[in-house]
Design a protein around this ligand. Sequence first.
Ligand SMILES: Nc1nc2c(ncn2[C@@H]2O[C@H](COP(=O)(O)OP(=O)(O)O)[C@@H](O)[C@H]2O)c(=O)[nH]1
Ligand SMILES: [Mg+2]
Length: 718
Amino acid sequence: MKVYQTNEIKNIALLGSSGSGKTTLVEAMLFESGVIKRRGTIAAKNTVSDYFPVEQEYGYSVFSTVFHVEWNNKKLNMIDCPGSDDFVGGTVTALNVTDTAILLLNGQYGIEVGTQNHFRYTEKLNKPVIFLVNQLDNDKCDYDNILEQLREAYGSKVVPIQYPIATGPGFNALIDVLLMKKYSWKPEGGAPIIEDVPAEEMDKAMELHKALVEAAAENDEGLMEKFFEQDSLTEDEMREGIRKGLAARGMFPVFCVCAGKDMGVRRLMEFLGNVVPFVSEMPKVTNTEGKEVAPDANGPTSLYFFKTSVEPHIGEVSYFKVMSGKVHEGDDLVNADRGSKERMAQLYVVAGSNRIKVEELLAGDIGATVKLKDVKTGNTLDGKDCDYKFNFIKYPNSKYSRAIKPVNEADVEKMMSILNRMREEDPTWVVEQSKELKQTIVHGQGEFHLRTLKWRLENNEKLQVKFEEPKIPYRETITKAARADYRHKKQSGGAGQFGEVHLIVEPYKEGMPVPDTYKFNGQEFKINVKGTEEVPLEWGGKLVFVNSIVGGSIDARFLPAILKGVMARMEQGPLTGSYARDVRVIVYDGKMHPVDSNEISFMLAGRNAFSEAFKNAGPKILEPIYDVEVFVPSDKMGDVMGDLQGRRAMIMGMSSEKGFEKLIAKVPLKEMASYSTALSSLTGGRASFIMKFASYELVPSDVQDKLIKDFEAKQVEE
Ligand SMILES: Nc1nc2c(ncn2[C@@H]2O[C@H](COP(=O)(O)OP(=O)(O)O)[C@@H](O)[C@H]2O)c(=O)[nH]1
Ligand SMILES: [Mg+2]
């Protein structure tokens, strides 16, 4: 295979809702460019793109699939992305390593929640977008309506380059208003018949052509002047204008295809080859040191690994983009993130599970290799004299969590090692061994995301696991000051134990001064601060420990033991055994025994005095609250709002954009446990949401009573 130069390579992401037809389009493109000899179908489970058993089982894409086609001496590297937001990891990665996005729309439905989500990612990453309306042969397809939806959602930058003469099962022709030609196909699709625009379509075609010329001119001053002088542009000038418009997101061109019948696919590839920006024309990526790295084949060699996957029959395959320089078969490189050496024994370009060996790949290109020793997703391998690292990919926060457990308890270690390995394939799975909750928790992007995790553990790894509801990381705190003392005393035979501690506890807020006196039951307690220790807590908040001991009633050497006793209770709060936070403890008095006092005595006295004072100090349970943003189609707004109110949500705001509403709310984590499933069934999968930890807040008193009761019942049981 030919070695492609940087200025012959284009990297493109295929986006769009599940079911819009991305995988089918890939099949048609690969067929048209000669990589495969016959087109597979989703129904026959023989497509190039969905080749993993889990994908064939569920009937849609779980992973992103990398492939390339050669077209007119250019190489188009493409990544077919999963449409469901559950598998957003693959989509975000793909968008980061490509320069242009093709956003497919399902001709039956027009803009869907997946369209909106994917468009939002392109916006965030500032990537050019081409809209592609697919399934023009569907009898529900209404192209003009879809165009209207697009304009309403994304504005006047939406400019059609094609329109179908008629949609529905008879679809077989479209007008291309960039070339001003009619394209039509025989029933088997493939090579088009290209003719002049028929007279009856001329008016409509001319009108759209003019709009396109104007839009193309808008993105370049030289072209604009020319357009005003001559009222037209040449084909090349138009391509130039569209390219600039695309690159600057000043224009979102709209194309048409029927991927299922391979109609319009060649023309789309031609446009991709001729018009979309090259790698070298796009903004440069910066490395972790903030240095811009140009895709320069003469620069130092640096490869970024954006995907690793364990593939049927071969094992681990690692996908990379050449960020700079070139890589040759047999090159020795160094892993900049892990320090290890790696040999690039074989280089491939890929089309799904098909691999083609190549000798060399240059800057900007995408390739794969196998049998690396220790390369994880996100690592960089560098050549001599280069130490670039990259971390430009940012994944969304997880929003669905489950506690996971092997059915056979002896398999815990095995499960953990498999989970950690799987996480290297998909960084949006987060595995957490919670000491606090005594659970292993897997966090993901949705119920389906975690179900595929389970499927793969059970089917690929033969490890049976079960999911449980994750416990909620409650916190405990106090709401007023209280006082207690406790004497620990033990005299049995030999050495005795003695320690007595008097202390005050109160809620602590940052910067709060210590008062001179406290009053409890009419009695005054004078405070004389001798020392303060601030302990930042691993689980958030603080413990402030104040020494105000009078007249040496307790030796200073016992203070650390008292603090240790207090901390033991902070780690297992007196109400429900949850972590406590935001407490100030003032030790102001106590007693020692000249022989029997020791550290253990003061630790126990400190712990018990603290426990008692805590219980008298208006103790409260806090729960984690999340900031939640829900994107809902307008007609489902009422249902979604009602459901949220049933989840103790506080609605913070609403805004309406592009036929969708955005709802902003604060919701307790406890109430979000199965939200993704509930939201999906409320809206028929047409809504999506994101969530992020906000703060800890007091739980309502009925919830608190129940939590304390449950805890006490469990204590008795144990
Ligand atoms: N009628 C029709 N069906 C299509 C077309 N393209 C794809 N499909 C069907 O739509 C479904 C989803 O397609 P798929 O390629 O898996 O979509 P993806 O989820 O975006 O990858 C499959 O059943 C395809 O056969 C098309 O142009 N016309
Ligand atoms: Mg697919």
